[in-house]
Design a protein around this ligand. Structure first.
Ligand SMILES: Cc1cc2nc3c(=O)[nH]c(=O)nc-3n(C[C@H](O)[C@H](O)[C@H](O)COP(=O)(O)OP(=O)(O)OC[C@H]3O[C@@H](n4cnc5c(N)ncnc54)[C@H](O)[C@@H]3O)c2cc1C
Length: 436
């Protein structure tokens, strides 16, 4: 069997490992167009702040790679020919496949305002972007950051850590309004202000002004201009759909894949940020941009490419991240609606987080340590844990395991209830029951 994987990210790597775990002799080829190959993309945020050096972004050694016995080609795939079972590469050469995985990820949505093509306008998609930001930060004094979600704050934090003055533009009234609630947005905004970040609400960016092709200022909807040397944006991501679309595969917001990660072509699979994967439990097809699900989908796709029939059962998506320096865990469904700062989802984000059905909120803490639970009829639908992380692991298990919380539901919803203690007590009993 000839297996070909397009994409050298975590989904592609996990697929190679899964194929090899089943098929020791088949020919496996991985193609990737990033000159740096496989590295930790979430780690780029820590690289920007200086907490991680470049070496730390590469968790795999040469020996790890050679033990996989795969062929790696640093090349871009320009077309899939499904009938011929062939790929076309950028140099017009062709490569045959028996089973193919599309794991090409997503890219930053473009900033569509006049002047956005000038030097000094940056995004954070990959290693070269991060290097460029660091280069600009060495001589730049002032930056404007526009956008939302985790990546916008990673840009703010990275630039602040490099001594750059930062203006952060929000189109709406508060940060990440369809995932965080008002208190949580305010906690983050206060922390940013304390770090010296200048926040501008209802500040739509309409034009990038420059001189000799270099950014010098931005103009806002209300006519104000802000001088800057760097404009960094993070307004959401777009799965890379071109290859799949041109090959005639079914696509919606992502490349459609069933629970076996099959696309509409029986010999082509999709996994990771590019895939919109069917979840048999919720009967919905959703996109995540999360490292864990990308790895799990890659594994399931690889096993199925090698002839197994393994279903990908979606867990409650969760992310442990840092927002303005505050460790924050987001699990399951926590919000709904749109956010003026984002088109679709961002990096480290999930469509499921905004799919909150009717739920009652139990919350505790309005300062640094905050816990918000989304309480359904019989189960917890989601949770946000800010600051103290003692409960993030138990909550992830309780939510992912659809644990029946009927016995504690009323207590949780009492005004002023000690919800953290109730969950801790419930977790001890639940864990003991599930261990036996
Ligand atoms: C700055 C940043 C912060 C993040 N923060 C978090 C976080 O806090 N938590 C979290 O869980 N996730 C986070 N993520 C998201 C996480 O990194 C992704 O979900 C994960 O990397 C997706 O893996 P993937 O393999 O699907 O795609 P990718 O990692 O995007 O890999 C796809 C690869 O395919 C290559 N490719 C694309 N087109 C072609 C082509 N035509 N030919 C050949 N190769 C091609 C690309 O160059 C790329 O190397 C973050 C990502 C970034 C960039």
């Amino acid at each position: 069997m000839k297996y070909v994987i397009i994409g050298s990210g975590v989904a592609g790597l996990a697929a190679c490992e899964a194929i090899r775990s089943v098929d020791k002799v088949g020919e496996v080829t991985m193609l990737g167009d990033d000159p740096h190959g496989y590295y930790s993309r979430p780690g780029l945020a820590y690289y920007l702040t200086g907490e991680m050096d470049e070496r730390g972004l590469f968790p795999r050694s040469k020996d790890d790679w050679s033990s996989l016995h795969i062929r790696y080609l640093n090349r871009k795939v320009t077309r899939i020919h499904p009938v011929e079972h062939q790929l076309e590469l950028e140099d017009a050469s062709r490569l045959e496949y028996g089973r193919l995985l599309i794991a090409v990820g997503a890219q930053a949505a473009c900033l569509d305002v006049p002047g956005a093509d000038q030097e000094g306008v940056v995004k954070l998609d990959h290693m070269e972007d991060a290097r460029q930001i660091l280069k600009l930060a060495r001589r730049g004094r002032t930056a404007v950051v526009a956008g939302g979600g985790i990546t916008a704050l990673e840009l703010v934090e990275g630039l602040r850590a490099r001594g750059v003055n930062v203006h952060y533009l929000l189109r709406g009234e508060r940060y990440w309004s369809n995932v965080l609630d008002q208190h949580e947005s305010k906690i983050i905004e206060h922390r940013l202000q304390k770090e010296g970040v200048k926040l501008h609400h209802q500040a739509g960016l309409v034009e990038v002004l420059g001189k000799r092709g270099r950014v010098q200022a931005v103009r806002l909807l209300d006519g104000r201009t802000l001088r800057c040397d760097i404009l960094a944006y993070a307004i959401g991501i777009r799965p890379r759909l071109d290859l799949a679309q041109e090959a005639g595969l079914a696509v919606e917001r992502g490349v459609l894949a069933d629970e076996y990660l099959h696309t509409s072509d029986p010999d082509i699979f999709a996994a990771g940020d590019v895939a919109q994967v069917y979840d048999p439990l919720s009967r919905r097809s959703v996109i995540d941009s999360l490292w864990g699900p990308a790895r799990e989908q890659g594994t399931v796709a690889g096993l199925n490419m090698a002839g197994q029939k393994t279903a990908y059962l979606k867990k409650a998506p969760f992310n442990v991240t840092r927002l303005a320096g505050l460790t924050t865990t987001i699990i399951g469904a926590v919000g709904r609606g749109g956010d003026k700062d984002l088109v679709g989802i961002a990096r480290g984000d999930s469509e499921t987080w905004r799919a909150l059905p009717d739920a009652t909120v139990a919350q505790k803490g309005f300062e640094v340590n905050r816990l918000r639970l989304l309480v359904g009829e019989k189960t917890l639908l989601g949770a946000i844990v800010m600051g103290d992380q003692k409960l993030s692991f138990p909550l992830e298990k309780i939510i992912a395991g659809n644990a029946d919380i009927t016995a504690i539901r009323e207590r949780l919803l009492q005004p002023g209830a000690p919800i953290a203690d109730i969950i801790a007590e419930y977790w001890t009993a639940w864990r003991a029951q599930h261990a036996s």
